[in-house]
Design a protein around this ligand. Structure first.
Ligand code: G4F
Length: 323
């Protein structure tokens, strides 16, 4: 039975990836912070109790090399999926320092612990379209130049180079998935898609009367997390590991997302959505749209869940939760 170790297992992607790998017969180990185990109702809300019984959780933290060393040596994984990160792009100045520190140093700690304890293990690193930032071309593929416009993007780009360095100089079987935005009913409430679907459902039920957003013209290439975790797994099944862009190839505006989410509830977003200057980003990236033809050709991966299906699933899940 292959063994997988997942950092960030309690997040959106970690929970879908765990379900996917369990269905493939994997033994799943996950690294979580102590408080997630002490308060599972909040820390592990994305998992059913049946799922929790099927995975082995280890307490660890990205800022602690000894804890990661211990987790890798205990789990002895065949595959590591490094998903944990400070992942919210819009932050205060204070959080810039911890984002860079945790995302970069944490990746370094994990790579080093893997090299020491499981040198034959296959290692997946969650990169991001934020690495392209102020992209010079559209769509972006694996050969596009990087120009991150956020500390989060910088931390992911530095992690990408670190992973490549461990692959080239330390013979670690490591790769990066450059994933564009991916959403689901398990998305955190701070991200715009979940903010829209949750508030639209509350408005529909008479629990709220408006939704405040920033830039409605910002565009993103939004896919579904359930599709994207399959790409992570496919990347690690290749004989020679390589880096891949994972995206739908179609971008939409925040306005379009609002229009469809509200319309699914029989509402017109223009009656409820207000823009607020303080929710605009100081430095917005240029429209990001990915080109995943390399993943399609070499991994046989393509997204299966459409934009409209994803929005409908998210809105329906909000309604079901509230009701
Ligand atoms: O949902 P967002 O906060 O996601 P963002 O910044 O694109 O980052 C997400 O995707 C990246 C790529 O996969 C990941 F690396 C990253 O970790 C994260 O998962 O914002 C999307 C867009 C932005 O252009 C933002 O300016 O929505 C715009 N927006 C407009 N009003 C808003 C709001 N975003 C948020 N969060 N809240 C608003 O009120």
């Amino acid at each position: 039975m292959p063994r997988a170790l997942i950092t960030g297992i309690s997040g959106q992607d970690g929970s879908y990836l765990s379900e996917f790998l369990l269905s493939k017969g994997y033994e799943i180990h996950g690294i979580v912070r102590r408080k997630a185990i002490e308060d599972p109702r909040h820390g592990l809300w994305r998992f059913s109790s049946e799922m929790i019984d099927n995975i082995t959780l280890h307490i660890g933290s990205l800022d602690s090399y000894p804890s990661l060393y211990d987790c890798v040596s205990k789990a002895k994984p065949d595959e590591i999926y490094h998903l944990a990160a400070c992942s919210f792009v819009s932050y205060s100045m204070e959080e810039e320092f911890s984002t860079l520190d945790i995302n970069l140093t944490g990746t370094h700690h994990l790579l080093s612990a893997t090299k020491a304890n499981a040198p034959d293990c296959r290692f997946y690193f969650a990169g991001s379209s934020e690495m392209f930032g102020d992209a010079r071309e559209c769509p972006q593929n694996e050969n596009s130049s990087f120009h991150p416009r956020s500390v989060y993007g910088i931390s992911k780009l530095a992690g990408f180079h670190l992973v490549r360095n461990y692959r080239e100089n330390h013979a670690l079987k490591a790769c990066t998935g450059i994933l564009f935005n991916h959403e689901s009913p398990r998305r955190g409430f701070e991200f715009v898609t979940r903010k829209i679907t949750s508030q639209a459902a509350r408005i529909k039920l008479g629990l709220a009367d408006s939704l405040e957003l920033g830039n409605l013209d910002a565009e993103r290439d939004w896919g579904h997390s359930r599709d994207y975790v399959k790409a992570m797994w496919l990347m690690l099944q290749k004989e020679e590991l390589d880096d891949y862009v994972i995206s739908t190839g179609i971008s939409h505006s925040v306005r379009c997302y609002c229009e469809k989410a509200f319309a699914h509830l029989g509402l017109d977003y223009r009656d409820y959505v207000k823009t607020k200057e303080n929710l605009f980003r100081a430095s917005e990236t240029t429209p990001l749209r990915g080109d995943s033809s390399k993943a399609a050709k070499e991994l046989g991966w393509k997204p299966e869940i459409s934009f409209d299906q994803m929005i409908a699933e998210m809105v329906d899940a909000e309604l079901a939760d509230l009701q």
